[in-house]
Write a protein that binds this ligand. Structure first.
Ligand code: IVH
Length: 684
């Protein structure tokens, strides 16, 4: 408290209010958010803190004193007879414990005497639905909490909203509230269609849902994959009231509404913390976006006793997950050259923390993506990092573009070898024309050759390959096998022992299998599965090298593009020389055995679900494929086994139902190792 408010505080309050109002307008009126939620929450919290310290600064129009923005023109105004409030947020376990303490202090009871109903916090839009004598008569948005927009016609198009309540008996009056949202798969389909039609893409499922609901023509909403999930009863005849929220949700299900399948009733602060942790793990596996969890005192009598503070109930709190999006600036763009010469633009970002990790690079994929985003050097952008997915630039904040922002141009010459850059008009990618003369392509080709699924050269890491190419000690794969321990030991940070180990690893790697050798050659578009198919089909490298285009496309799973890449690769003299050279230095495999041998998991289809902890899903998939299995996204009678990590959902249930074998991650890894060892033994 202070009698004199410092000028700096006045200024800060003024800026915070304008920024919050602008953000509100963009979010609520234009459905086109300008800043990530975390930034909004931070500003609102800061303003709340200042207003708590200097109550004389609180004004009626401060963003802390209201919930949203006025309704847009075009829809009728609907006055909510019970205000649609917001929720207070918690960002940590401590804040959750503090919430439970406030509740238990007020009710004079112990922490674990309290029962909470826990639900995921769906990332969509709140709506209110009114039923009179069992019929859906009015649907409205939240608006500013007191007055919303009547969007009955749009809401009637949602299949998850009953037009008539189910059952023989229902209340005269029922007001249900819940979230309208779009599933991730529905969103992907919608954007794919928009891309095909050349129309504007939606930034995320929430925006797509909001955009669909505020169309004046209900046919638009009808064509969009919107869903409704109920989470509250605002009004109901006394005879139908229950003693707790969870029972009321069950009653709503009987009336024909969807409520969250994740809903869980728990005890005390430890119960809710547990739930939030579980939801955090489940988050990536769900087909809809959630941004946290909502924890509610289950007993409705206690809810009434606790009541409300200005904008939120005392009996509930929203736990917010760490933000997956942050704002930062593109400082520069570098072009990386890949194994096949493809140029990938990579944004060099002002380092920023996203979901607990410092992000300083994000791929821009290709020039088309740069044009789609309209990104320039100097732009402020929103970066997103979800799960173990590499960071992506979601959107450019063009209103923040500085005057000196620079266009991103495709270089004319390779930044590594200086060869010209080619971009065929029908291709998305630009490529360095330097081939294996380009050190970048050479390095990447060698890294691929030495990688675990190729020749698996133990101890030959990326940094070492860079050093070997830069010193020009190695330029082709065969050169690797001519390296001597004494020379290797001259390299900084590589002692005599490691040098000797590397030479033995190279010696061991010479004995390989035909599929690995084919994969290691790095033929464009030939991954492990194709390499396996080629090895099984031809049985020998000589036959593969002489195969015609017709012979190649006759193999199941090999299309004309891949066939063309294979034929071209083996027609080129330098590639044939490279193969000969490798055989001359002693690389061998057992041809007959490979052609005759079935792989351990041939003919089996596996499904991965839930979160894996010891490896990424891609790695699990690659290891299964390498053993001959197919990996599918859905469970059917043909599924051989399902690997279920924590958070596994409907696929697990389906597997149980179909009597399919279910493995946890530890058993899965044991099984993989056993098969991989078997394979190694029989191939050598
Ligand atoms: S209960 C009186 N439950 O979160 C509070 N809200 O920040 C009633 N939301 O406007 C809200 N999932 O749009 C509740 N399971 C859930 C929810 C949920 C998402 C949204 C809702 C609300 C906002 C509050």
């Amino acid at each position: 408290m202070s009698s004199r408010v410092p000028d700096a505080i006045y200024d800060e309050v003024r800026t915070l209010r304008t920024d919050l109002e602008d953000a509100n307008y963009r979010y609520y009126v234009e459905d086109d958010p300008a800043i990530p939620d975390i930034e909004y929450d931070r500003m609102l919290r800061r303003l709340q803190e200042i207003e708590a310290d200097y109550p004389e600064l609180v004004t009626a129009d401060s963003p802390t004193q209201r919930v949203g923005a006025p309704p847009a023109e075009g829809f009728p105004e609907v006055r909510h007879s019970v205000a649609m409030l917001s929720l207070d947020n918690a960002f940590s376990d401590e804040e959750l414990r503090a919430f439970v303490k406030r509740v238990s202090d007020k009710l004079e009871c112990a922490d674990d005497d309290l029962t909470f109903c826990c639900e995921p916090k769906l990332d969509g839009l709140a709506v209110s639905l009114i039923y009179e004598n069992g019929l859906f008569v009015q649907g409205a948005t939240r608006g500013d909490g007191r007055i919303g927009e009547g969007i009955t016609a749009n809401l009637r198009t949602l299949k998850s909203i009953p037009l008539k309540l189910r059952g023989d008996s229902f209340p005269e009056l029922l007001e249900v509230r819940g979230e309208v949202y779009m599933s991730r798969s529905g969103f992907e389909r919608l954007n794919e269609k928009a891309r095909d039609e050349g129309s504007k893409l939606f930034a995320n499922p929430r925006n797509a849902a909001a955009g669909s609901l505020r169309q004046l023509d209900p046919n638009v909403a009808a064509s969009r994959p919107l869903e409704f999930c109920a989470y509250q009863v605002a009004r109901i005849d006394d005879a139908y009231l229950e003693s707790c929220h969870s029972a009321l949700m069950a009653r709503l299900r009987d009336f024909g509404f969807r409520s969250s399948p994740e809903l869980s009733v728990v005890k005390g602060s430890e119960g809710i913390i547990d739930f939030c942790e579980r939801m955090g793990q489940r988050r990536e596996t769900l087909d809809y976006d959630i941004d946290g969890a909502v924890l509610k005192v289950d007993d409705l009598r206690l809810q009434r006793e606790l009541g409300f503070v200005s904008r939120a109930p005392r009996w509930a709190i929203a736990f917010k997950f760490p933000a997956q999006e942050q704002t930062t600036v593109i400082n520069d763009v570098a072009f990386q050259v890949g194994r096949t010469g493809r140029l990938t633009p990579v944004a060099k970002l002002e380092p920023v923390q996203v979901a607990g990790v410092t992000v300083s690079n994000a791929t821009l994929h290709n020039m088309d993506e740069i044009a789609r985003l309209d990104a320039r050097i100097g732009d402020s952008v929103i970066v997103r990092r979800a799960g173990d997915v590499i960071p992506q630039i979601v959107r450019v904040l063009s209103e923040k573009r500085p005057d000196d922002a620079r266009e991103i141009v495709l270089p004319e010459h390779c930044p590594v070898c200086g060869a010209t850059i080619e971009k065929l008009s029908e291709e998305v990618d630009a490529r360095c024309s330097g081939g294996l003369y380009c050190a970048a392509q050479r390095k990447e080709a060698l890294k691929h050759f030495a990688s675990r699924r190729a020749l698996d050269i133990d101890g030959l890491g990326d940094k070492l390959i860079d050093a070997l190419v830069e010193r020009e000690w190695v330029s082709t794969p065969a050169d690797l096998f001519r390296l001597e321990a004494a020379k290797l030991a001259e390299l900084p940070r590589l002692g005599e022992k490691s040098a000797a180990n590397l030479v033995s690893a190279l010696e061991r790697a010479k004995r390989t299998t035909l599929p690995r050798f084919i994969y290691a050659l790095g033929v464009p578009e030939v991954g492990e599965a194709t390499a396996n198919a080629l090895a099984t089909h031809f049985g020998s490298l000589a036959r593969l090298m002489d195969a015609s285009h017709e012979e190649l496309i006759a193999i199941p799973d090999i299309g004309p593009v891949v066939a063309a890449h294979i034929a071209t690769f083996f027609q080129q003299a330098h590639n044939r020389e490279s193969v000969d050279d490798l055989m001359a230095v002693g690389v061998t495999w057992s041809e007959v055995e490979v052609s005759a041998r079935e792989q351990p998991l041939s003919g089996q289809t596996w499904v991965l679900t839930g979160t894996l902890e010891a490896m990424t899903r891609d790695e699990a998939k690659a290891r299964l494929v390498a053993l001959g299995a197919k990996v599918s996204g859905s469970v059917s009678k043909k599924t051989h086994a399902v690997v279920a990590g924590p958070g596994a959902g409907s696929k697990l249930a389906k597997a149980e139902e179909a009597g399919v074998e279910i493995l946890d991650e530890a058993t899965f890894i044991d099984r993989l190792k056993a098969f991989e060892n078997d394979e190694g033994d029989s191939a050598s």
